[in-house]
Design a protein. Structure first.
Length: 460
């Protein structure tokens, strides 16, 4: 008989439930358990085995629940929550749309209150890792630091004058490049690596049309020195393609290539208005697409995701600040590509889940830390509400999550070993108060923009 060893101590055991690890072997534990010590998963496996080896300060009964990795949402701008529910029927991108509250007119306090709404919403919907870039990036970083999400933050670097953009005119101002680059440098100094790396900072040139070639080259140089990813918008609109062509006779991917930005660190959202010759260019460079299926569809477009993937582009998934529900985005992603390929797409639920977890993690350089549930990774875990009628039946586990689940089915969320949503309630701040504060900011800003919020109307 081997000598009896006493159980090792950990902080938290999630006991019971079906665990979808989403690891490379698609391991599932039907009656499993996860032991968490500090920020990490220290054991995962059959419940009896884990509970015999580990004793925890806290044990959460997950019997009957479905457990899965937290979702990775690779492209967002949380203060743009201000435009949600309005921009979809007014214009295609807030920066180009007159008559809406513009980001460059927000105060830092307003950006901060809106960012907290966005972070809260995405955490509540099961997104544990968020890429978030906008003006006042330190306000964004503070929101993520406070509310408990894992985040990659950047400022929005550009030198096109935003007031002129709403008139569809491009006026490049070197002072704006200096200002937005300095904002990002200050962000990196203040927050890069915060809380044992829970918050990381990157660079994000806004787009090939809103950044001049000089601005793109400068960011490429700074990003090369800094490391990490580069986040941008690419081939989002016909206007962008026309502007870059008018400026230099090139396509937007060529402009990024010439600036030294086209490499595997690049995560580019949209890629809709793209020349087929550029599929190969992007694939050969090994960039990643931040696929935005719902945002693209709202402008009447479907990105050629499978063509890009077949050329070697990696696919990751995002909501880009519309609804922060990545479950919804997974189902749109597959459905829209089936429309695009006239029903011939080979995509399935497991592929969409991979895009929303492991693929995003890998492209952010976090593939060994998050994206799947295995011992040694950070504890970013969702506990799904299997009492909800929309989450039944669970048969292969993947189909129900992609084709029926929504963010409201997320019951509890653990990030970096910390329970940040527990039984639907935010534990790190007063969730309903965050919503009320953001509502007040939004009403004020939309009123200034000439709209009359419904809550202020009297009678008919
Ligand atoms: Zn965006």
């Amino acid at each position: 008989m081997p000598p009896e060893t006493s159980p090792a101590a950990c902080d938290l055991i999630l006991s019971g439930g079906t665990i979808l690890t989403l690891d490379d072997a698609d391991t599932v534990f039907a009656d499993g358990a996860i032991a968490v010590r500090r920020r990490d998963i220290v054991a995962i496996g059959p419940r009896e085995t884990v509970e015999a080896a580990w004793t925890a300060a806290r044990r959460v009964d997950c019997t009957g629940r479905l457990l899965m990795p937290g979702l990775v949402n690779v492209h967002n701008h949380t203060p743009l929550m201000i435009t949600r529910g309005m921009i979809e029927d007014i214009g295609f991108a807030p920066m180009f749309t007159p008559g809406i509250p513009q980001g460059h007119r927000l105060s830092e306090e307003e950006a901060s209150l809106l960012a907290r709404l966005g972070v809260y919403e995405m955490l509540r919907n099961g997104c544990t890792t968020l890429v978030d870039f906008y003006r006042y990036p330190q306000a964004l970083a503070r929101a993520h630091a406070e509310l408990g999400s894992r985040a990659v933050i950047a400022g929005r670097v550009h030198d096109a004058d935003p007031e002129e953009l709403t008139r569809r005119r491009y006026v490049y101002n070197p002072g704006l490049a200096r200002e937005t680059i300095a904002e990002n440098a200050d962000l990196i100094a203040a927050f890069d690596g915060f809380d044992a790396g829970r918050i990381r900072c990157d660079w994000a040139p806004h787009a090939p049309d809103t950044c001049s070639d000089a601005c793109l080259r400068e960011v490429a140089e700074l990003a090369r020195w800094h490391g990490g990813n580069i986040h941008t918008h690419l081939c989002q609109s016909g206007i962008e393609v026309e502007q870059v062509h008018a400026r230099s006779g090139r396509t937007p991917p060529q402009a990024l290539e010439d600036a030294g930005l086209l490499d595997p660190r690049l995560i580019a959202a949209h890629c809709i208005h793209i020349d087929p010759e550029d599929y190969v260019r992007l694939g050969a460079a090994g960039i990643a697409l931040a696929y935005t299926p719902i945002g693209n569809a709202k402008t009447g477009r479907i990105a050629p995701v499978l063509d890009l993937a077949e050329s070697g582009v990696a696919v990751t998934l995002c909501t880009d600040t519309f609804s922060g529900d990545l479950f919804e985005a997974m189902r749109w992603a597959v459905a829209m590509q089936r429309v695009k390929r006239d029903g011939q797409s080979v995509l399935d639920a497991r592929t969409a889940l991979r895009w929303a977890t492991q693929a995003g993690a890998e492209r952010l350089g976090l593939g060994d830390k998050i994206g799947a549930l295995t011992a040694g990774r950070r504890a970013d875990i969702l506990i799904m509400d299997t009492d909800a009628p929309g989450l039944a039946p669970v048969i292969d586990g993947y189909g129900i999550l992609v084709w029926s689940a929504n963010g409201g089915h997320v019951r509890s969320v653990i990030v970096d070993g910390r329970m940040v949503i527990e039984d639907g309630r935010l534990t790190t701040a007063d969730g309903p108060a965050l919503v009320r504060e953001a509502q007040k900011v939004a009403e004020r800003l939309w009123t200034t923009a000439g709209r009359n919020p419904v809550s202020r109307r009297v009678g008919a």
